[in-house]
Design a protein. Structure first.
Length: 405
């Protein structure tokens, strides 16, 4: 039975390329006063007020924190706000109701003038339309109507992978730092609306693998099977937004990932527009990994430079605690939505609709396909703390792509 959740065209879904929905307006709360003797005499203290400029961006439904499996159609729509001048400002979100506007939320921008609201995608069964008021300005409105149908969607219903997915790299892969592990369907399970990717002992091997870290032997370990799936050769896209709702394992010793690879690679090319690039939307290396403020999360892009060298852009994310939904939240306790907006000029990475990092380096110009994986690389095996802690599991609730033609 197919696990693929194909999306039906409907006026209730909502989405438009985010960049096409950025709107800026400049509004003054009072007409600029003419410098006349009469005005000055009547009100000498009157001064021209600074204009408040507001831009808003409506994204697809890419925010959905929670413990349980949920429909992607019930995810929240982020409304990103930028107010200038850049300073802490009170902001009110309004939603259109008939011919009038009603308050839908309020908050304060940060010191950079930014704020993200998480709003409903529909209102009364129809696409929602939002605007923002701040200072003496009111933004133009932006509707969710154009984000109607994702180009690709899988909610992992049923008990088997959908026809768009296949298992990856079934051999031990020394080149990929996985001499001790390989991909295998035994490490992939579809049930209860999720795909569970695991690290388990390889039943085909009873001997031990000698793993190295930093060129030095780190120990002898059981050979492993990794949950590692992709849509290679079956579905790829070029430009747009892709998102996955994921709950990672807590332990170190393996890392969960949502990433993209180019469908076609041009050997020898150093131009990512031709060769494509690896886009690591998110990687989680377990509790205690990396700098403390990263909480184990990284985002990267890779491309090639002269001499065949691989160039890496990105690093451990910073200040990730602010992306958690509540005090006791964590990446292994609840599901969160990790996404990337990919344009011809840049990548914008987000967690539950809030931007974490952006880059204009190594931007791919080739169709890319999504990958989900829980990989145990040789350099991290010693961090698990014993083979008795196997198996480890990563859960993916859904994956979606909204292409931008």
């Amino acid at each position: 039975m197919s696990g693929r959740r194909l999306i039906a065209m409907s006026a209730a879904a909502l989405l438009l390329p985010a960049s096409a929905l950025i709107m800026t307006t400049q509004v003054s709360s009072a007409t600029e006063l003419a410098a006349t003797d009469n005005v000055a005499a009547a009100s000498p203290a009157l001064a021209r007020k600074a204009k408040t400029r507001i831009s808003i961006e409506v994204l697809p439904q890419v925010a959905q924190f929670g413990k349980r499996v949920a429909s992607p159609d019930s995810a929240k729509t982020p409304v990103s706000v930028q107010v200038k001048p850049r300073k802490v400002t009170k902001v009110t979100l309004q939603v259109k109701s008939g011919s009038s506007w009603k308050k839908a939320g309020k908050g304060k921008t940060d010191k950079k003038g930014k704020l993200t609201f998480l709003a409903g995608a529909t209102r009364g069964g129809k696409p929602a339309e939002y605007r923002v008021k701040a200072g003496n300005g009111t933004s133009k409105s932006a509707s969710t109507a154009a984000w109607l149908t994702p180009s690709f969607s899988d909610g992992f219903d049923g008990t088997t992978l959908g026809e768009s997915w296949s298992n990856r790299i079934p051999d031990y892969n020394a080149e990929g730092n996985r001499l001790c592990s390989r991909g295998g369907p035994e490490a992939v399970n579809v049930s209860r609306g999720t795909v569970r990717l695991s690290v388990i002992k390889d039943p085909a091997r009873t001997d031990k693998c000698v793993a190295k870290r930093g060129g030095k032997v780190s120990g002898k370990f059981d050979y492993r099977l990794n949950g590692h799936i992709s849509t290679e050769g079956k579905y790829s896209f070029k430009y747009g937004i892709t998102a996955a709702r994921i709950k990672f394992p807590k332990a170190r010793g393996q890392h969960g990932s949502f990433w993209l690879q180019p469908q076609v690679h041009v050997p020898g090319s150093t131009n990512p527009k031709e060769s494509g690039a690896e886009i690591d939307v998110i990687e989680y290396f377990g509790k205690g990994s990396g700098p403390k403020d990263s909480m184990g999360l990284t985002s990267f892009t890779y491309h090639w430079a002269k001499g065949g060298q691989r160039v890496k852009t990105g690093n451990w994310l910073k200040g990730t605690k602010k992306y958690l939904a509540k005090k006791n939240d964590d990446w292994f306790k609840n599901y969160h939505v990790f996404s990337v907006e990919w344009t011809p000029k840049s990548y914008i990475f987000r967690i539950d609709g809030v931007e974490t990092w952006r880059s204009n380096k190594g931007v791919s110009g080739q169709p890319q396909y999504p990958i989900l994986s829980l990989l145990s690389s040789d350099y991290e095996l010693s961090q698990l703390g014993g083979e008795k802690k196997l198996p480890q599991h990563m859960y993916v609730d859904w994956v979606r792509v909204w292409e931008k033609k």
